[in-house]
Design a protein around this ligand. Structure first.
Ligand code: ATP
Ligand code: MG
Length: 877
């Protein structure tokens, strides 16, 4: 059974049991401060479990792209070394939201695996939760009974809290779970050790394939459990592991999901798979990581220097490193794996096909630049190795290893590997201490403590009315305290709210809530999943009274100007640059807007001007907004609405149209484009390979920009007597300047000649050695070195020159001498300079044949020269 068929049969099986098939959510998480990437199928349904929204379907089924490389679930270090953990994998799941529970979930799982797919029931085991006294939860007898209908009791195992009690996080929905494991060993191995002893013991052939989670409790911040009003089923089965079972392979990497990629790696590197453990690991790492990188970019997450982008960058670098060390790869090759990946996954995930060009560019450039860093790191390491060996040490400082790790992306194992070849080791304790210190710094910077919600009024869903109103009478339904690094804030939730929460790149609203007794500022509004959270620095005194909630209308208007202008800009960019332009990031702030998009070269000045003209024409046309709040997604697509990759859309979407631009958008906009007033681009540049960024201003800020520019022009005009033509004036000034500096140069050459002649005329002979000394004209004092070397060239025979001068109130002196005198007469320019520098209140240095000094006291120059001459005479005499 091919992978695509396996996925299909899972979806179809649960569809036949009344489940609705839903698409995977994007892998990159937005609007959830606790999570960067989707790490389980349940993430996209979190709001349902939390009771923030009610589900539109009670039974759904899907395959979800997951990534486990950070936070609570981090499998990164296993990947490649074992054969069944991936960074990115697909999780097949069936869901019950307050509908069926343990019995059906277990019966259907069994039916699907054994009857539908024909897996040998004799190889399957189930685990159930053994109970936990401190939580007051007893053994999951309900699950046991359900399993007992299918499995003999000795293959239903008790599991502890770590393996069999699932929690979303520190707090929130949780419950017992029941895992299905499979023993894939051959008969003789099974006869030797019973499978039961190998469950959850990291055996490569006795693995977990499916986890059925029964969500029935809520964990409070106090640690206590309370029963949930609605019970849910959340299951997750590893798609790649299931394919491996069905294709009878001993490794996920031997399935048709990975083999085409591995074959391509083999072709590009000339290394065969299955011959050496080290290169096999590297090939698995690369095959795994290219999927993660490609899917992340397709979902809009480019490699970058922080947060989610940094995680992706590190994964890419990890792939490069393994390929560098174990596959001898020295040139970018990862993007060459994309065709193989797209061939196997492109049908199920069309976003891969759509964005192939962008992925290719981004990956190539990242890899190229990291290979350069890698080379620098390796030569640094070579230097350290040399120094360590020379000083007859065997141990390399852990700090050095940490620096390599931190700046050059060298993990400790790579550093150790290279050192080992030279018989050296790293001081691991020092390395770990550095690592711990860095983690501590990071933790302190982001530590947040969140209290439990205090519920004041039961209210299912908070309604957002901010598209139509900027003020409303509200009451607080719940609130909680949040402790950030050194300040305390309060998060308030209302029954209804006119406040727009930061999302889709648009800044959150601010404003205040008030009643007769008081007025409390709202400094920001954020989304936590679907909950709109108003941030206040203090709590109102009477939490239960009604409030008037008032949005800062001026800030909102400026923000709306920028948001609508962003849509006009997007559409203008497509018209001017081409249909390949895709939004890759957007920030809508009251003061400016920023827009990132895919485009493969610099945008020229003419193109930028054309974009501005199109946007301003749209503004003058005063297009009224065409808004549909609840349009079926399919219809919106037919209308040509621009939907973004990596965004999650419900069945009903909001569309926003102005003129011929139509976008799916949840933001706030102007009523007609004329309100924007005026649009001006501020800058254009590159963010990373294939991605450009423009910044722009509108309305008041655009006016300010133009005012400042025209003020500057006026001031410049005022600098010229005739202010008829500024450009001509400046051009002639530049011309004059070039002419004058040429003239000064000629004059200087001439002066230099004269100065040399007079210095040579005044030179004296001491014991057959020519001594040239004196001060030079101020225009030449910057050229003392030049002058000194010219003199030495021109004098035949041994010579010493001591020169001084003054420029811009500073003293300069220089000493030059024939190299022969260093040996024969013990003269040294540096020594002389040091001895006389005090006279000019300064210091300097150089080499034995030439040295110079600068100082604060020009009055001392003459004396310094005289002193230098007498030092020379003493030595020679
Ligand atoms: P394991 O103990 O094998 O790491 P887990 O307990 O972390 O698994 P769950 O969080 O219960 O797994 O996830 C549900 C299913 O997803 C697992 O039964 C497994 O089949 C699959 N799965 C989990 N992690 C990975 C991974 N890193 N790569 C591939 N599949 C995975
Ligand atoms: Mg795990």
């Amino acid at each position: 059974m091919r992978a695509a068929q396996v996925r299909e049969s899972f979806l179809k099986f649960f569809e036949s049991k009344g489940h609705q098939i839903v698409p995977s959510a994007p892998m990159v998480v937005k609007n959830d401060p606790t999570l960067m990437f989707v790490n389980a199928g349940m993430n996209q349904f979190k709001d349902i479990f939390l009771g923030n929204i009610s589900p539109s379907q009670k039974r759904v089924v899907n395959s979800q792209k997951c990534l486990r490389v950070s936070g609570k679930h981090n499998d990164l270090e296993e990947v490649g070394h074992d054969t069944y953990h991936h960074t990115m994998f697909e999780m097949l799941g069936n869901w019950s939201f307050g509908d069926y529970f343990k019995r059906e979930a277990i019966d259907w799982a069994w039916e699907f695996l054994t009857l539908q797919l024909g897996i040998d029931p004799g190889k399957l085991y189930a685990t159930i939760f053994e109970g936990d006294a401190s939580d007051g939860v007893e053994r999951d007898n309900e699950a046991f009974e359900a399993w007992a209908n299918h499995l003999p009791a000795e293959r239903i195992l008790n599991g502890n809290k770590k393996d069999n009690f699932w929690e979303m996080g520190e707090t929130g929905p949780c419950g017992p779970c029941s895992e299905i494991h499979i023993d894939l060993r051959d008969e003789s191995a099974r006869a030797e050790v019973v499978g039961k002893d190998l469950i959850n013991a990291d055996h490569p052939e006795v693995i977990e394939i499916w986890n059925l989670v029964f969500i029935q409790y809520n964990r409070k911040a106090s640690g206590e459990l309370s029963a949930l009003p609605h019970k849910h089923v959340d299951t997750g089965m590893g798609f790649e592991r299931l394919c491996r079972v069905l294709q009878n392979k001993s490794s996920n990497y031997d399935t048709d999901i990975f083999q085409p990629i591995i074959q391509q790696i083999a072709a590009l590197t000339n290394v065969k798979y299955g011959h050496f453990e080290k290169s096999d690991v590297a090939m698995r790492v690369v095959a795994d990581h290219i999927r993660t990188i490609a899917f992340a970019i397709a979902d809009g997450q480019l490699p970058s220097n922080n947060k989610a982008g940094y995680v992706i960058r590190r994964i890419l670098r990890r792939a490069v490193r393994y390929a560098y060390t174990f596959l001898e790869v020295r040139k970018p090759f990862l993007s060459g794996l994309l065709p193989a990946l797209i061939n196997t996954m492109g049908d199920a995930y069309p976003e891969l096909k759509a964005q192939q060009e962008l992925m290719d560019k981004v990956i190539h450039e990242e890899e190229e630049s990291f290979l350069r860093t890698l080379a620098t790191g390796i030569s640094l390491l070579d230097k350290i190795i040399k120094e360590t060996i020379e000083s007859e040490y065997k141990i390399v400082d852990g700090k050095v290893a940490f620096e390599l790790y931190d700046t050059f992306g060298f993990p400790l194992d790579l550093t150790e590997l290279i050192l080992k070849e030279k018989g050296l080791v790293v001081d691991r304790r020092a390395f770990e201490a550095e690592m711990a210190a860095q983690k501590m710094r990071a933790r302190n910077a982001t530590a947040i403590e969140t209290d439990d919600w205090v519920v004041l009024k039961d209210d299912d869903e908070e309604e957002f009315i901010g598209y139509d109103y900027l003020q409303a009478n509200v009451y607080i339904t719940k609130y909680r305290k949040v402790k950030l690094k050194n300040k305390e804030q309060f998060q308030l939730v209302f029954n209804i709210t006119p406040f727009y929460a930061e999302s889709g790149g648009q800044t959150g609203d601010s404003g205040f809530i008030e009643n007769e007794a008081e007025k409390v500022p709202i400094i920001d509004t954020k989304k936590e999943n679907n909950l709109i959270v108003h941030i206040a620095t203090r709590l109102p005194k009477n939490l239960n009274s009604g409030f008037r909630a008032v949005v800062d209308a001026h800030k909102r208007q400026n923000t709306a100007n920028n948001h609508t202008a962003t849509h006009l800009l997007h559409s203008a960019l497509k018209k001017v640059l081409g249909a390949h332009v895709e939004q890759k990031g957007s920030l809508v702030h009251p003061d400016y807007l920023r827009f990132d998009f895919s485009h493969f070269q610099k945008v020229s000045d003419e193109e930028l001007r054309r974009v501005e003209q199109l946007v301003n024409a749209d503004i003058r046309a005063n297009h009224p907004i065409k808004e549909h709040r609840e349009m079926p997604l399919e219809r919106a697509r037919e209308m040509g609405a621009m939907a973004l990759f990596g965004e999650k859309y419900g069945d009903l979407v909001r569309t926003i149209g102005f003129g011929d631009s139509v976008e799916l958008c949840g933001g706030t906009h102007v009523a007609a484009t004329g309100e924007i007033g005026f649009f001006r681009l501020l800058s254009e540049g590159s963010v990373s390979a294939g991605i450009r960024r423009v910044e722009a201003v509108t309305g008041e800020r655009a006016e300010e920009l133009i005012d400042n520019q025209s003020d500057m022009i006026k001031q410049l005009m005022n600098l010229f007597k005739s202010n008829s033509d500024l450009r001509k004036n400046i051009e002639s000034l530049i011309g004059e300047n070039t002419y004058l500096s040429k003239q000064t140069d000629t004059m200087k050459q001439y002066l230099m000649k004269m100065e040399k002649r007079s210095l040579l005329d005044g030179a004296r002979n001491v014991s057959g050695i020519k001594i040239v000394s004196g001060t030079v004209k101020p225009v030449l004092s910057g050229d003392l070195k030049d002058l000194a070397f010219q003199l030495r060239n021109e004098v035949e025979g041994p010579m010493v020159a001591v020169l001084g001068g003054e420029a811009y109130g500073k003293a300069q002196i220089a000493v030059i001498l024939s190299e022969a005198l260093i040996e024969t007469d013990g003269l040294n320019a540096v020594e002389i300079i040091r001895a006389i520098a005090g006279e000019i209140q300064g210091g300097g240095g150089g080499q034995p044949f030439f040295a110079s000094a600068g100082g604060k006291n020009p009055a001392g120059v003459e004396k310094a020269i005289a002193q230098a001459v007498s030092i020379v005479e003493r030595k020679l005499g």
